[in-house]
Design a protein around this ligand. Structure first.
Ligand SMILES: CC(=O)N[C@H]1[C@@H](OP(=O)(O)OP(=O)(O)OC[C@H]2O[C@@H](n3ccc(=O)[nH]c3=O)[C@H](O)[C@@H]2O)O[C@H](CO)[C@@H](O)[C@@H]1O
Ligand SMILES: C=C(OP(=O)(O)O)C(=O)O
Length: 441
């Protein structure tokens, strides 16, 4: 089994280019199912989750051409709806979270869709109510077979409706939008997720002929059209990678430039890292992080301890809380990390505690971190990555730590970070891929 071996404690230096956004890729690649015309998507990251979705579309009959390293052409002309019944679909469709977003487009175009319970990180309950309640509002019938673990939806035709989403679910909003663009009449989606990736999806759909307004807000209006056509689309840089690299620079005291970040799309992310005491400079569209021997966590204006919590966009993304938490372990000062959305995403702090970090896990949602101000270095250990973002946080901790660390289960990390070992080595990191089994405890 693949693992990373890291000899930490070395400052890094140089430039790094963020990959195309994983979570945007999963939305817009699903959207190619909405038309029989060609859709070309560029800046596609070469990562496990995206490659699995592309393979799944190929199995469904989509003509996929790999035009360049990061560019694909898709043409969903002859879709094999019988593939839904196959064991292969069950295994592949269930192996990633993003596969749920093929349901909306298939329902809209073919009047039916099935999907096995999707995978993704095990970070607490991950319900899908928003998706299926939304489809029901558009007139679809939904059933879940608990024996086969399959969700099925069908509708002879979809009809526009007023939909107040039960929560601002990211993939749920994307799915309902993709169903509504071909529904008859007007659909209004209120309490819609509105993060940049949803905006990108809407802009792409409009270029394909959809009529979506309210983009960027939580109130979307969609006038259904009969047919969509082809388009070209370029993915944004991955904002979670950008945040991860900011955290990496601070923890390892490195001077790093993150290239072409699309700063205006990063929302509150840079400000949160600034409140952690990290100095960031915008140079053109690059983020420059100088080498900082120390950084000090801000307090609230009244002097009380800072809380960093997640919230639906434009709030702070939950996917960067693990990174903020690891950054805090070496800051001066204290912070409360409050992970409101997911129930099991903070348990990885045990590993940081084993490395010497001062953290109290108050409950599954909240952890208090007492920063060590780099007076005490973390120490390298052997550990297993529980989920994608915790995995990268542990990787950052290991790069800052004294001595050798081994991180197992790196498949989790590679789900979302392209060639991370190669790119980190280019910055001077001592990281290599080894083949080893985790120690039995
Ligand atoms: C493939 C993909 O795109 N995955 C992302 C997507 O997952 P995904 O779309 O699965 O996540 P959702 O937005 O549906 O929900 C995430 C969690 O937050 C809770 N919730 C959500 C909205 C809300 O207003 N209140 C609330 O409590 C949900 O119950 C759930 O536990 O969005 C998540 C939230 O940004 C990210 O962590 C995932 O990386
Ligand atoms: C939780 C994440 O991914 P997924 O929704 O695919 O599990 C993530 O990208 O942080």
């Amino acid at each position: 089994m693949n693992a990373f071996e890291i000899n930490g404690g070395k400052p890094l230096r140089g430039e790094i280019i963020p990959q195309g956004a994983k979570n945007e890729a999963l939305q817009v690649i699903s959207a190619v199912l909405l038309t029989e015309e060609q859709v070309i998507i560029s800046n596609v990251p070469d990562i496990k989750d995206v490659n699995k979705l592309i393979e799944l579309l190929g199995d469904l009959g989509v003509r996929v051409e790999h035009l360049k390293k990061d560019t694909y052409s898709f043409q969903a002309k002859d879709i094999d709806l019988d593939f839904f019944m196959s064991e292969q679909f069950k295994a592949k469709g269930g192996s990633l979270r993003g596969s749920i977003m093929i349901v909306g487009p298939l329902l809209a175009r073919f009047g039916k869709a099935s999907i096995p319970k999707p995978g993704g990180d095990k970070i607490g309950r991950r319900r899908l109510d928003t998706h299926f309640l939304g489809f029901e509002k558009l007139g679809a019938k939904f059933n879940y077979n608990s024996k086969t673990n399959f969700f099925n939806v069908d509708a002879s035709h979809l009809k526009g409706a007023y939909i107040l989403l039960d929560e601002a679910s990211v993939t749920g909003t994307a799915n309902v939008i993709m169903a509504a663009v071909l529904a008859k009449g007007i659909t209004t989606i209120y309490n819609a997720a509105c993060e940049p990736y949803i905006q990108q999806l809407c802009k792409m759909l409009n270029r394909m002929g959809a009529k979506i307004s309210g983009i960027g807000s939580n109130l979307l209006n969609i006038e259904g059209v009969e047919k969509l056509g082809g388009t070209e689309h370029r993915l944004l840089p991955d904002m979670i990678e950008i945040g991860s690299f900011i955290g990496l620079a601070a923890m390892t005291g490195s001077e790093i430039t993150i290239k072409d970040v699309h700063y205006n799309e990063l929302g509150i992310i840079p400000d949160i890292f600034k409140r952690m005491g990290i100095r960031l400079k915008l140079r053109g569209d690059d983020i420059y992080i100088p080498s900082q021997p120390h950084y000090e966590i801000d307090t609230f204006i009244d002097g009380s301890i800072l809380t960093v919590a997640d919230a639906p966009w434009p709030g702070f993304t939950p996917d960067l809380l693990s990174i903020v938490l690891v950054v805090a372990t070496q800051a001066k000062g204290n912070v409360m990390i409050h992970q409101k959305m997911f129930e099991s995403r903070l348990f990885f702090v045990d590993k940081l505690i084993d490395m010497g970090a001062q953290i109290i896990l108050c409950d599954p949602h909240r952890a208090t971190v007492m920063g060590l101000d780099k007076q005490v270095q973390l120490r390298g250990i052997e550990m297993t990555s529980p989920d994608i973002r915790a995995g990268v946080s542990l990787l950052i901790a290991a790069l800052s730590a004294s001595g050798r660390s081994i991180i197992h289960n790196i498949e989790q990390i590679e789900r979302g970070y392209q060639d991370i070992d190669i790119r980190l080595r280019a910055l001077g990191a001592d990281i290599k891929r080894i083949n080893t089994m985790p120690k039995q405890h």
